[in-house]
Design a protein around this ligand. Sequence first.
Ligand code: SF4
Length: 291
Amino acid sequence: MRYIGPIYRPPSEADSLLIQATVGCPHNRCTFCMVYKKGPKYRVRAVNEIKEDILAARDAYGQSIRTLFFPAGNTIAMKTENLCEICRFAGQVFPGLDRITVYGSSQYLHKKSPQGLKRLAEAGLFRIHVGLESGDDVILKKIKKGTDSREQIEAGKWVMKAGMELSLYVIMGIGGKERTTFHAKETARVLNAIDPQFIRIRTFVPKIDTALLDEIQRGSFRMLGPHEILRETEMLIRDLKVSSYLASDHYTNYINLEGRLPEEKARLLKEIRTALERDEKTYRPFFIGTQ
Ligand code: SF4
């Protein structure tokens, strides 16, 4: 298997086979993201190269692979027919495959149309990991996410209607002090409209070489402290009317919240209230991320 540039995968794909299908990110403009800023430019690998890597993985690990993730940043942006072809091929090479997943931002999912997404589901694409980040249009514009809440909602509904699972990632604190209430309320609105299978919580950590770190250093973006992050999370969860699994499976978070909604909502809110009783100084310190 050959890998080019940074290779990231969601924590839930820790045990998955990683076969690189694309290099970099076609958007690469989000102000908080450093992943591909200094890496190679976006390109799609040739289908025959990807197939060679799938065969090399079979030779190395046998046919018993159960889950497969195709990095990199926005593999959904590759041509639908090519993504369908590598999904079908992987299914033939690994007959026990339970799950094929990719990253896909809402604007690229939206470009696929409901028909394109249906074709991908039929070819074996099983779950899409989407960086929703926020449902607030003001924040989405400020962080240059390249999409808006209308597109996020439509794309999310199409993915699920096509028969695929949707895992949506929210970044607490991404609107700073100024937008904290809007961030919580508007993100809940978008999540309620989509009702995805998974909601995954992350906490904003500024990263080197990013425009958002520059804003923090200039004083034009004011970050939330641990208690403010917890209150924002509380506001979000309180407003959720979804039937999703919520997880905060990430090192950036101040507390680990995990549970099924709506059944475990009261417990999750209680855990946040308990965490708010802890002195802020006992939470992890501020740091600047380097990866
Ligand atoms: S957050 Fe995702 S879409 Fe935005 S630049 Fe980073 S990899 Fe690309």
